[in-house]
Design a protein. Structure first.
Length: 366
């Protein structure tokens, strides 16, 4: 068994004596991850065990090994940790002849956790018809080649079903979806936002075919006339545009972005989208269906209610408004009254919801 002279030394009788350590014959490592967690961190995969063994021997040569200790990468993936699971002999050091093995995790299946399908979505027939383009592409990305629908923009008022349609698309195709809020891409330090976007697309490419869903795009991609209102995020926008332009040519990745305010998007960003899909507010028949479907699962009985009348009175309400501001508000008041949900509870909820939508000053958009 080969001994290794460490650079460390200890005092003995006024003299310095070099410490000799035993080189490990075998060490088993387990990927432990980073000390700090981020949704878009890249995690290394051992592509060639023999190359990794040489990589480990050189990088951690002379490092003391014992069960439970950590070895940190300082080259390709700085600060990524490997935990020592087993070493023989015990308390030996990494040597040039040490056999290095890494535990192989079972490949995680891309399990889609959403439970919504297109048939569950009321209205938005045009949007559902248009996303068939993406559905067809994700079923067979290779056949599309340069005709692949890479970037799709969903736009419309809040609560009209943009996120729901994206989730349904993920479920119907059996393809994973990485959903992020645009504001979560803004880093605290220079370059951090750019790295997060790159990592997001790297992860999507590894999971391909895959959908990237970026919500509230307008929060980072405002028209340059409004830049001073939110600070400078040009670094993030430029990185996003680079990925959307397909310079890295990420096969099987489709970007879907959503915005409530398409009119304030930066022109350079908007021009990258091959298809813009509008999400409209529900009409009276659709509002009635939404009210009836959601009322069926409400935990308090309804007595003497006329949902058709409520649907007629809620023009301009989104599907979310009908659930959160009408049905849920009526439910809460009925519980406080220790009574069944009545027509008055629903009408009061509609009136209360309208009070939360004051008219914007006329000069705001002049």
């Amino acid at each position: 068994m080969r001994s290794i002279q460490k650079s460390q030394s200890k005092a003995q009788g006024g003299k310095l004596e070099k410490i000799k350590a035993i080189g490990a014959r075998f060490v088993l490592l387990r990927p432990a991850g980073y000390p700090l967690k981020s949704a878009f961190q890249e995690h290394p995969v051992v592509a060639d065990p023999r190359l990794f063994q040489r990589y480990a021997q050189e990088q951690w040569y002379g490092e003391k090994l014992y069960s439970g200790c950590y070895l940190f990468d300082s080259r390709l993936y700085p600060d990524y940790a490997f935990q020592v699971v087993r070493v023989h002999p015990r308390s030996s050091v990494m040597g040039a002849q040490t056999t290095v093995k890494v535990e192989q995790k079972e490949k995680q299946r891309n399990i889609v956790s959403y439970d919504v399908r297109f048939e569950d979505i009321v209205g938005q027939e045009t949007a559902k018809r248009k996303v068939k383009i993406v559905q067809k592409f994700l079923a067979d990305p290779e056949s599309f080649g340069r005709w692949a629908p890479k970037n799709i923009l969903f736009y419309g008022l809040s609560g009209t079903g943009k996120t729901m349609v994206a989730k349904a698309l993920s479920v119907e195709t059996g393809v994973p979806m990485l959903a992020v809020k645009s504001t979560s891409l803004i880093g605290e330090f220079v370059g951090e936002g750019s790295r997060q976007i790159h990592s997001l697309y790297e992860k999507a490419e590894q999971m391909a075919p895959c959908i990237i869903f970026i919500d509230e795009l307008d929060a980072i991609a405002l028209d340059r006339r409004y830049q001073d209102l939110r600070g400078d995020v040009s670094e993030i926008v430029n990185s996003l545009l680079t990925e959307m332009d397909g310079i890295s040519h990420r096969k099987g990745v489709c970007t879907i972005a959503a915005t409530n305010q398409i009119e304030v998007l930066d022109a350079s960003v908007r021009s990258r989208f091959e298809e813009e899909i509008e999400f409209k507010l529900p009409d009276a028949p659709e509002r009635l269906i939404l009210l009836e479907k959601n009322a069926a699962s409400i935990p308090v009985p309804m007595e003497g209610v006329n949902l058709k009348e409520i649907a007629r009175r809620t023009e301009g309400f989104s599907g979310r408004d009908l659930v959160e501001k009408v049905l849920k508000a009526a439910l809460h008041h009925a519980i406080m009254d220790d009574a069944a949900i009545s027509q008055k509870h629903l009408e009061d909820a509609v009136s209360g919801a309208r009070k939360h939508y004051p008219q914007a000053p006329k000069e705001m958009f002049s």
